[in-house]
Each structure stands twice: as C-alpha cells, then as structure tokens.
Design a protein around this ligand. Structure first.
Ligand code: CDP
Length: 222
C-alpha cells in the first residue's frame, strides 16, 4: 500500500504523513528531507549547482538514510545525523534551486522508489502522486491559507530554537512555492486523482480523521 501526500511549502503534509504512518503502522518517508540533505552537502562542499560535472561528482559521494530514533524520523547524510541542520533557514533558502536540478531528482526519485519496494509507505513531497508513484493507492493534496502556513512554520522554528522572523518565513514559503510550481522537471501540482484536503481550519486530529475516513472508504471498495 502506498499513500502519496503532496502540497505547498509548510502546509501540514508531513504532520499528516507522520500521523497516518503511525496509525497504520506504515513506514513514513520524508522526501523533502532528502532534497534538504543534498542541499546541505552542496553548500558545505561549495558545489557549483550550475556545473553538471560538479553536481554529478557530488551526487556520487552522497548516501541518504532514515532511522526512527525514540519515535522521531531522523535523516542521515553519509551516516551523519543532519536532522537539525537541514531544517535551518539557510537550507530552506537554497533547497528549491537544488531540487530543480534534473540529476538530483533522478537520484532521489530512484532512492524513494527503492525504499517503497518492500513496505507499505506514506511519503510526502511535491511530486509523489504525479511522478514518483503515479499508481499510488491513495493520493492526498494538502493545502492551507498562506498566512496560516507561515505562522505554523514560524512557531515550529522558534520552538526548535531557530532565530528567524515571521517575514523571513513568509518570504521563503512564497519563494519556494514559486520555484517548485514553475520548474521544468516534475513541478508541484495536484495529481488529477488526488483528494484535496484544505486544513486551514482543521487541527491535527481533525485532519487525521478526515484522511483516515478516505482511506477506510478506499479499503471498503477493494
Ligand atoms: O518546508 P516543507 O516541509 O514544506 O518542505 P519539504 O517537504 O521539507 O521540502 C523542501 C523542498 O524540497 C521543497 O520546497 C522542494 O523544493 C523540494 N522537494 C521537491 O522538489 N520534491 C519533493 N518530493 C520534496 C521536496
């Protein structure tokens, strides 16, 4: 069973994906963390993103894994725990440009499909229902009001000790949404058969209940 969740920046996709994975005992895969980890590596090693040769060489040196540690999904880049680093504004401000590179997407999509080969999964991202798993059993497209999204992400970053202003967060979300929806390869868009969930006025529990009700309906028809 594959559940694909896509949506705009900071719309609550990963909150829903994690909750569904927990409820259904599926594996949760955060595809955004993979793009963030590659961005972290590129920045750390001064990889010139417009040089195909440099990008290729760098990608060959990258491994990305996930582990569940004390109930938290942790991203490892070349065996280093980078979960905290990849959530910084520096990464958020550069990730969409890195995610627009064809070779980067090729490598990560391959990895995403490999992870899904042997387990039931819930994966969230931008192109999961459209490109990575066009035959996913259930696809959700999550949306929320722009102001609410920025406030939620700002609060999350502050709770995690990041120094950031609401304005910076707003600008970053706008920038990422623009680059992610207009890039040439696998732009963010709702799959034709995705179920749209607008969570502007839903709390986490209501969002989970709603998604579960769609999944139950789907299972009844199988
Ligand atoms: O901040 P948020 O949780 O919304 O984003 P994320 O899921 O961590 O993804 C970070 C960035 O990675 C996005 O803005 C996209 O540029 C890129 N991404 C992508 O291109 N394709 C995916 N399947 C997932 C993320």
């Amino acid at each position: 069973m594959t559940i694909a969740i896509d949506g705009y920046s900071s719309c609550g996709k990963s909150t829903l994906a994690k909750a569904l994975a927990k409820e259904l005992s599926y594996v949760y895969v955060d595809s955004g963390a993979m793009y963030r980890a590659v961005t972290y590596y590129f920045l750390k090693h001064d990889v010139a993103i417009h040089s195909e040769k440099e990008v290729d060489l760098a990608l060959d040196k990258i491994t990305i894994d996930f582990a569940n540690i004390k109930g938290k999904n942790i991203c490892f880049l070349n065996n280093e725990n980078v979960e905290n680093e990849i959530r910084s504004m520096r990464i958020s401000n550069n990730v969409s440009e890195v995610a627009a590179i064809g070779k980067v997407r090729e490598k990560l999509v391959k990895l995403q499909r490999q992870i899904a080969r042997n387990s039931s999964i819930v994966m969230d991202g931008r192109d999961i229902g459209t490109v990575v798993f066009p035959n996913a059993d259930i696809k959700f497209f999550v949306t929320a009001d722009k102001t609410i999204r920025a406030e939620r992400r700002y609060n999350e970053l502050i709770e995690n000790g990041k120094e950031v202003t609401l304005r910076e967060v707003q600008q970053n979300l706008e920038h990422r949404d623009k680059v992610d929806t207009t890039r040439a390869i696998s732009p963010l868009k709702k799959a034709d058969d995705a179920i749209e969930i607008d969570n502007t006025h839903l709390n986490r529990e209501d969002q989970l209940k709603l998604a579960l009700s769609y999944i139950t309906q789907f299972q009844k028809h199988c």
